[in-house]
Write a new protein. Structure first.
Length: 455
């Protein structure tokens, strides 16, 4: 789910509020957040009030968290609201912040990476006034940034009044609403909330919030424009091989319908089949690229690792792609490399190499292309060098992003996805892809991989 991926990005220094209307919304936010803390070796504290201990335990277990094991190890602690917030018999905001700071330091001293806490805040009903709650949350927004702690404060909208929810939204930089994690435009700084800010500071804040909102609008507008441009390019790129295939089929159909079988010589049929095969392979690559982008965006691209020789893979790919170079009269030179045995995903690295070679063919200005391999004991590298158009300095990093290319879509075909997918595959292996280039002097793309890929 999207909310789980967003919460996995949250970390030390974050102060979030969760405004929920039912237990499903509550657990879908809190449990992934706390589970991420456990995975990061952070000490975790959960303060119970609205639910019983058994209800919370069962919710964690139902979502795949072996909470009892973490409790036994001491990494996860359950506490009641009375033990945490009301230990002195009354709620004292500053004393509670001091308690959280002390707990964080003890966790770090014990070897934990940090500390995160989540509390059910229904205890505020009848236990403290709005002024105390606002003071407490404002103090937390002052404490968390720069610390090794983070928190989700849980607020049940159906049980707590609008005045409390209003102040909750004033005092949290990030709000979880339903299944969305939202940067909070209504968040006020601790100084403003506590009445310590001047009128000039409030005006500055209001202007900044308006600018942030407009900035977010512009970002969305650019995203929509990029999407529309991509759909236009994708439609054109997919239609080109389809149109060619359609013409080949129509030509064969007309010849057969006229009974003109004599003209369909073996040589002519072979030529049609070869052209058809090229268009099918082009179409297949386009569709594969689209599917890969979807998998990458959904964090679902998985590696199928195997023990393999990278040199053999290179030889196989070169053998299969050399026909495309020969067809347009471009020489492909391959420097013999050493044996390079490692643990990698064969099909994914094949995809990377094909993308780089296809890229050199497209932008190489018809000049020779070199492919070199090297190894230094801990890493291996593949380099593809062309003598084509080259890149401007400002384009060198941009071309590895989605839908980006150094020249316009009108000047070169493709979806602008090949280098982006190659980068994601290489990084998934724990490697690095880079480019050295000067405008008008060609480009050299280098892939560096560790001999042992990431597990």
């Amino acid at each position: 789910m999207e909310i789980q991926r967003e919460l996995q990005r949250m970390g030390q220094g974050d102060h979030l509020c969760l405004v929920y209307e039912n237990s499903e919304e509550q657990w879908e936010a809190v449990i992934p957040y706390m589970a991420e803390g456990l995975a990061r070796n952070e000490a975790c504290l959960y303060v119970i009030d609205e639910h019983s201990l058994d209800e919370v335990r069962r919710a964690f277990i139902a979502r795949g968290v072996d909470i009892d094991a973490h409790v036994r190890s001491g990494q996860f602690v359950f506490s009641t609201s009375r033990e945490a917030y009301l230990s002195s018999g009354a709620f004292e905001p500053r004393a509670m912040v001091t308690f959280l700071e002390k707990t964080m330091r003890e966790a770090v001293a014990a070897g934990r990476a940090g500390f995160r806490v989540s509390g059910e805040m229904t205890w505020v009903l009848g236990q403290c006034g709005c002024d105390q709650l606002v003071e407490y949350e404002a103090l937390l927004s002052d404490f968390f940034p720069g610390s090794r702690a983070s928190a989700i404060c849980q607020y049940n909208r159906k049980r707590l009044g609008a005045d409390i929810i209003r102040d909750v939204l004033r005092t949290h930089p990030i709000a979880i609403l339903g299944n969305q994690v939202c940067p909070n435009l209504y968040y006020e700084t601790p100084a403003m909330v506590l009445g310590q800010g001047s009128p000039e500071q409030r005006v500055d804040w209001m202007i900044q919030q308006l600018q942030r909102f407009r900035g977010a609008e512009r970002k969305l507008e650019r995203a929509v424009q990029a999407r529309d441009e991509f759909l236009s390019v994708a439609s054109h790129e997919l239609n080109t091989p389809l149109t060619s295939l359609k013409l080949h089929v129509q030509s064969l159909t007309r010849s057969l319908s006229r009974g003109d079988g004599v003209s369909l010589t073996r040589q002519k049929v072979t030529s049609i089949i070869e052209r058809t095969d090229r268009q099918l392979r082009r179409l297949s690559r386009l569709v594969s690229d689209l599917l890969d982008v979807s998998r990458i965006h959904a964090h679902k691209m998985e590696l199928e690792l195997e023990h393999m020789d990278l040199r053999e893979l290179v030889e196989d790919v070169v053998d299969r792609i050399s026909g495309e170079f020969t067809q347009i009269g471009v020489r492909l030179d391959v420097a013999p490399g050493p044996e390079m045995v490692g643990h990698w995903d064969r099909s994914r690295l094949e995809q990377v190499l094909i993308n780089l070679l296809s890229n050199s063919l497209k932008y190489g200005a018809g000049k020779p292309v070199w492919l070199e391999m090297a190894a230094d004991g801990a890493r291996v590298s593949l380099s593809v060098k062309d003598q084509g158009t080259g890149l401007r300095e400002e384009d060198r990093s941009r071309i590895f992003e989605r839908f980006e290319r150094a020249i316009s879509a009108r000047e070169a075909g493709g979806l602008g996805l090949g280098l982006y997918i190659a980068r994601e595959i290489v990084q998934a292996h724990g490697g690095v892809i880079s480019v050295e280039s000067r405008l008008g002097e060609g480009s050299t793309f280098t892939v560096s991989l560790p001999l042992g890929a990431r597990a």
